[in-house]
Every structure is written in structure tokens, then in C-alpha cells.
Design a protein around this ligand. Structure first.
Ligand SMILES: [Zn+2]
Length: 250
């Protein structure tokens, strides 16, 4: 490991060389190579997360360039996951990247790296959230949900056994409203993605106790930030289904 490169982080007493090694040995999957996927994966790589996998089925468009900060005009018309990975590789040659130019689904979960530590939803759709939630419970992988909308953002960490996405949102289906239709302030994409990357690093260092079972809501026009406590729904069909399956497989 290049100690000099990560020296400012290693200097922190709760990181040190041991913590930086843990960060390096972590495998993170980022679902979505849009605005949130950019800011999240840039700071994951900059922090020294050693293995990053990116999923996205979309193609770069001109209207993406104001938020998806790694893309250049030459990337227009090319696959997002591939372009983002290429730019990240140029910036962080010591990190192991892989990409899939396809939508993430339960069926695609066999493409996850062996011993994946955490997944991040950086997409803007509920189908992906539900798929990630199911894979999380099935394979016992924690995940983070982030989202942005107009001048708002949110963050939530889900750890199997302590509740899941469907414990909070049992009946959420794809909304017709998202950033492409309703707009978003560009810097918010950077703030929420960076927040998620910071929480991943804290998760790796086991400094996440104040985040679990809390839903964070940010409103940036009036700078109104809220944190809501939520608890596992003991009748949640998803939690119970996979908890029972995991018990049977023991
Ligand atoms: Zn649940």
C-alpha cells in the first residue's frame, strides 16, 4: 500500500495503518453511474477502497454533464458504467475497478464480487432499490440507499437482521417523478454522494452505530436536516422470508 498517498487519513487515530488496510480490502458495489454514482465512487476510490464495481445500463447524454462530473463531451453516446470506470482508473490506478453496462437486478446478483462488503443504490428508481434490498437480505450484504430530488436528498443504511427497505416503504412503486423530470441543484449530487462515501468508510471502520436504523433527510434550500429513527417491522414479509431461509441454511 502507498502509505504516503493515504497519510492524511492514516494520521487519524481511528484509522491508522490497520484501518487503511481494512479500507483497501473492502469491496463496494455502486449501482448507478449517474450523478450520485460519480460523487460516491470518486470519494470511495480517493479514500482507498480497494475494489469498486459499477452497474449502469444508460448512455451518456449532454444533459448529464452538469452533474456527472467525470464525463467529458467525448463520452456522449457511450455507456456510462464503462466511461466512469475508465476515468476513475486514470485517477486511481491502485484501485481494482470492474463495470457492467447493464441494469442491476436480482438475476444479476451473481455478478457481485465474492465477499462483497456493501452495496450502494445511486440510481433513481424504486425497482433497483427493491432488487438491492432482496439481494441484501438473500446474501446478507448491508446496503446504503441515497437519493436526490429538486433541492432535497436522503440517506439510509440497511443492515440485514436490523430491518430492511420494505420495513419502511412496504408499498412504494416507481414514482413518475425523478431528477430527469423535476430537476435538481447540481452541487446536491456531490454532497449526498460524498456523505454516502463517508459513511461507507465509517462502516468499514465500524464507526456507524449512530447511522443504523436512522433515515436522514436533507433539504438544502432552507438547510433543514432531519434524522428519523425507524425500527424493524416484525411482520415484514421480506425480512421474515430471508431470515427463515438463512436460518434453514445454517
Ligand atoms: Zn424488512
Amino acid at each position: 500500500m502507498n502509505f504516503n498517498k493515504y497519510s492524511r487519513q492514516i494520521s487519524l487515530p481511528f484509522v491508522g495503518v490497520f484501518g487503511q488496510e481494512k479500507i483497501k480490502n473492502t469491496k463496494v458495489v455502486v449501482i448507478g453511474a449517474g450523478a450520485l454514482g460519480h460523487s460516491t465512487s470518486i470519494y470511495l476510490a480517493a479514500s482507498g477502497v480497494g475494489d469498486i464495481t459499477i452497474f449502469d445500463q444508460d448512455i451518456v447524454e449532454e444533459s448529464n454533464l452538469s452533474r456527472q462530473i467525470c464525463f467529458t463531451e467525448q463520452d456522449i453516446g457511450k455507456p456510462k458504467a464503462e466511461c466512469l470506470t475508465r476515468h476513475l482508473k486514470e485517477l486511481y490506478s491502485d484501485i481494482n475497478f470492474r463495470f457492467f453496462n447493464r441494469k442491476f437486478s436480482v438475476e444479476e446478483s451473481n455478478l457481485l464480487p465474492y465477499n462483497c462488503n456493501i452495496m450502494i443504490n445511486a440510481s433513481d428508481n424504486y425497482k433497483a432499490r427493491r432488487a438491492i434490498n432482496q439481494v441484501s437480505l438473500q446474501k446478507n450484504i448491508p446496503w446504503i440507499d441515497i437519493g436526490i430530488f429538486k433541492t432535497q436528498g436522503h440517506f439510509c443504511l440497511f443492515k440485514p437482521g436490523l430491518g430492511c427497505y420494505e420495513c419502511i416503504f412496504p408499498d412504494v412503486f416507481d414514482s413518475t417523478e425523478n431528477c430527469s423530470l423535476s430537476g435538481v441543484l447540481s452541487p446536491i449530487c456531490g454532497i449526498i454522494g460524498s456523505f454516502a462515501a463517508n459513511e461507507v468508510v465509517k462502516f468499514i471502520l465500524e464507526k456507524y452505530s449512530k447511522v443504523v436504523n436512522h433515515f436522514f433527510s436533507f433539504e438544502f434550500l432552507g438547510n433543514d436536516f432531519k434524522k428519523f429513527y425507524w425500527k424493524k417491522n416484525m411482520d415484514c414479509p421480506s425480512c421474515n422470508r430471508f431470515l427463515n431461509l438463512n436460518e434453514l441454511n445454517k
